[in-house]
Write a protein that binds this ligand. Structure first.
Ligand code: MN
Length: 231
């Protein structure tokens, strides 16, 4: 019997299609991984190497639950992304070995308080409060990589609809850094571990949402990620 001085928090987990739960250890996110989105944010996609930020593991929002409109923002943005879930870990992973770490894939939303992120950029401050707030990572059910085929993740349509209207549209093939390259690069910064999620970046068309909006993110071959922004 361990003497925890408070009740340990529950393990955040993502439902898996067909049953079971995937326990989440950490959430890593890639910045500017589609050229057109890098350009819309005012950056040169040819020059910027991949970079990462994080969200708390308990930022996930599953099962199509409502997302409370977060505090301290007037500019809540959607970013639809392919999410990679790691079933094993490692450091200094080679690109050729990286896909072996992947347990499965999901569609996710990297919800962003764009005004706070913009202020942080301007002042040279951390992005945490723009990106890593409560319920900032809605995610659809995970699908095991074994059910998707070896080539999954190299291309595929990615779309975000708001109230049934298309806002973002792209193809996974347009990622600047491929999934194996992202895993390899991240594994040179931290030792990756089972349970880690990686949000792999968003195509162009990010924009604001308001209370009452219905969001639906679609990634080829995966269950949709859905949420409604609560008032
Ligand atoms: Mn993002």
């Amino acid at each position: 019997m361990v003497d925890y001085v408070i009740t340990p928090p529950p393990v955040p987990a993502v439902p898996v299609r067909g049953g079971g739960l995937f326990p989440v250890r950490r959430i890593f996110c890639v910045g500017r991984n589609y050229a057109a989105h890098a350009r819309e944010m005012g950056h040169d996609p040819d020059r910027d190497p991949p970079f990462f930020f994080t969200k708390p593991a308990d930022a996930i929002l599953t099962g199509g639950a409502e997302m409370p409109y977060p505090a301290a923002t007037q500019d809540l943005h959607h970013e639809v992304e392919l999410v990679v879930a790691l079933g094993s870990g490692g450091a200094n992973v080679d690109v050729a070995d990286a896909k072996a770490l992947v347990w499965g894939y999901a569609a996710g939303l990297d919800m962003t308080r764009r005004d706070l992120q913009g202020e942080a950029k301007k002042l040279g401050r951390p992005w945490d409060m723009g990106k890593g707030f409560d319920f900032s990572a809605p995610i659809g059910d995970l699908v095991a990589a074994a059910d998707l085929g070896r080539k999954y993740g190299s291309d595929g349509h990615i779309v975000l609809n708001v109230n049934g209207e298309e806002r973002q549209e792209g193809d996974i093939a347009d990622m600047i850094w491929s999934i194996p390259e992202v895993i390899a690069a991240l594994s040179r910064l931290v030792r990756l571990a089972p349970g880690d999620l990686i949000f792999t970046g968003t195509p162009e068309g990010v924009a604001a949402v308001k209370p009452g909006d219905e969001l639906e993110g679609l990634v080829s071959g995966l269950p949709p990620v859905k949420t409604r922004i609560a008032g």
